[in-house]
Design a protein around this ligand. Structure first.
Ligand code: M3P
Ligand code: FE
Length: 311
């Protein structure tokens, strides 16, 4: 696949109420590597198979949630073009100077109609993975440190105006819709799984009255075995689990939803459908999401927390 334009989820800034409890969770339990701290006290972390400097940024705040979600684009030229296209569409964009996030170039930030801050950037320092770039090894001891996901995979965000969000991601940013859920007794799309790659999804949205909410940040595990191992590690560390281990019918990914110490939900996720822009999106009814196993193949029911607990 000739990937151009928006390449992948690159970073997410998560608010935590107790910084050291957050660092303990993301570094020692999840097993991400701490890559640095900046003058304002933010903590930067990376997963073992990621090559750029960081993907997770923790900021101490009075409330939990997500400050912004950033996508890496293929070049400065693409950054400039997408900034112009977003303005042309009618969104307000701003430039955040290079270096505001450690080892990261200039970012274009905009608020989408669901109330979330989304960013695009073209540069983040390449630091490589432990495996090396030449004749890489298949294994590093880091794979056994904590849950040890391979990468930041996606986020699921809750907010209003999901129809407008669909238009911006597909018409302006070049994403395609992989799967969607229609609201009860209607053909209105109330939940979206959107891709800039051929992964199961790179970002997802569920319609919700309150703007700017985080449902979960998802981490990719190499296998279903590794998802099950993550359940053991959650239990050993008293991490509160929401749903799973099970499979989502939507995306067909193996999953556990659980909470960090501030109440931000995170997911350990494996497998999942591949998607291509020429494939018509998969449609789910509201019953399909619940009793049809869209959310939870094993339980085949709606979980109250899925619709109500967000940060
Ligand atoms: C995901 C996700 C649902 C399927 C979800 C698949 C919620 O990876 O976004 O959690 O039905
Ligand atoms: Fe997910």
């Amino acid at each position: 696949m000739a990937m151009t334009g928006v390449l992948r989820p690159g970073h997410v800034q998560i608010r935590v109420m107790d910084l050291e409890a957050g660092v303990h969770h993301y570094r020692d339990v999840l097993g991400l590597e701490e890559m640095g701290r900046d003058a304002s006290g933010r903590v930067y972390l990376k997963a073992w198979d990621e090559r750029d400097h960081h993907s997770i940024v923790l900021r101490k705040a009075d409330s939990a949630g997500m400050d912004f979600f950033g996508f890496k684009v293929d070049s400065e030229a693409t950054l400039n073009r997408l900034e112009a296209d977003l303005k042309q569409y009618g969104l307000t964009t701003s430039r955040i100077p290079a270096g505001d996030l450690l080892e990261t170039g200039e970012r274009v930030r905009f608020e989408i109609p669901s109330g979330h801050q989304i960013e695009l950037y073209a540069h983040k320092s390449f630091v490589g993975s432990d495996l090396g770039q030449k004749d890489p090894k298949p294994y590093s001891p880091k794979f056994d440190k904590g849950i040890a996901p391979m990468r930041l995979d996606h986020a699921l965000l809750y907010g209003p105006n999901v129809d407008k969000v669909l238009e911006i991601f597909t018409k302006v940013l070049g994403f395609h819709l992989a799967e969607f859920v229609t609201l009860p007794d209607s053909d209105i799309k109330g939940a979206l799984w959107l891709c800039c790659s051929n992964k199961a999804h790179d970002i997802a949205f569920v319609v919700h009255p309150e703007p700017g909410k985080l449902h979960h940040v998802s981490f990719y595990m190499e296998s279903w075995d590794r998802v099950l191992r993550s359940a053991d590690i959650m239990a050993a560390n008293d991490v509160k689990v929401d749903i799973g281990p099970t499979r989502h019918g939507i995306t067909r990914g193996g999953t556990i939803y659980a909470w960090d110490p501030s109440g931000n939900r995170f997911e350990t996720f494996s497998g999942g459908n591949s998607s291509y822009p020429d494939m018509p999106p998969i449609e789910w009814s509201w019953e399909g999401l619940g009793e049809g196993g869209g959310l939870d193949v094993a339980a085949r029911k709606m979980h109250e927390t899925f619709l109500t607990v967000v940060t």
